[in-house]
Design a protein around this ligand. Structure first.
Ligand SMILES: [Zn+2]
Ligand SMILES: [Zn+2]
Length: 234
């Protein structure tokens, strides 16, 4: 089923104007390439989003909240056309965008990630029921391409989602963390020293931090994460 959906998009068309994309690993054509904006500015040393106060090393959220993850890397700002591409990856079966995002992320953050030594890439898991409904896990699509291009090990079985929680956009910030408590399980037999969690979007960090908490409790020493974009729950 997914392969059929994927096939419809070849030759791949530009997310902005619909022209055929001739650039390698791009969601847009040559003419529209300036419309895609990488996250620019001083990144928070914890979560990787842009710090508003240039004199601070951490963003306000990270100063105010305890974090179990050690360092995050965020690829793009949550604007069009990335927003649409993430939506298509998540809800319209365009897994090709996951491959592209993973490749671009490996290129952009590869040198920094390699400084942490040997890492294992772990996608944020979907609950089995949800993955069955969707037919795939969008985070896995990104993680697969990231691991292939760095290159490094991929382990999509280390973390499992045991609770099918409500989509986070439907509940308030303070409840997010509580609703996620215990939502993931880690297979202790599979752990590694340094893990890089992969997801499509970093919103409040609650999901990724719960994954990090679960991994650390199982004995993982360092938890990094990488997302395609920040903000906006979809
Ligand atoms: Zn275009
Ligand atoms: Zn931060």
């Amino acid at each position: 089923m997914i392969n059929i959906i994927k096939g419809v998009f070849f030759p791949q068309s530009c997310v902005v104007c619909g022209e055929t994309v001739k650039l390698k690993s791009s969601i847009v054509c040559e003419k529209c390439k300036d419309k895609v904006s990488f996250l620019r500015g001083k990144p928070c040393l914890k979560c990787g989003i842009v710090v508003e106060d240039e004199n601070e090393q951490y963003c306000e959220e990270c100063l105010a909240n305890e974090r179990f993850f050690d360092r995050g890397f965020v690829l793009y700002t949550y604007d069009e056309p990335v927003k649409k591409a993430i939506y298509d990856l998540k809800y319209n079966g365009v897994c090709e965008y996951g491959r592209i995002f993973g490749e671009v992320a490996a290129k952009r953050f590869g040198p920094e990630l390699k400084r942490y030594g040997r890492i294992t890439v772990v996608p944020v898991p979907l609950h089995a029921k949800k993955e069955k409904e969707r037919g795939y896990n969008q985070a896995y699509e990104i993680a697969f391409a990231l691991a292939e291009n760095l290159p490094c090990k991929l382990d999509e079985k280390m973390l499992v989602r045991t609770e099918n929680t409500k989509p986070l956009k439907e509940i308030g910030d303070t409840q997010r963390r509580l609703s996620l408590r215990g939502a993931f399980k880690c297979d202790k037999e599979r752990i590694a020293e340094t893990i890089c969690i992969v997801d499509d979007i970093y919103t409040t960090g609650a999901t990724i931090d719960e994954c990090a908490f679960t991994l650390k409790r199982a004995g993982v020493k360092r938890v990094l994460f990488l997302t395609v974009s920040n903000g906006g729950g979809i």
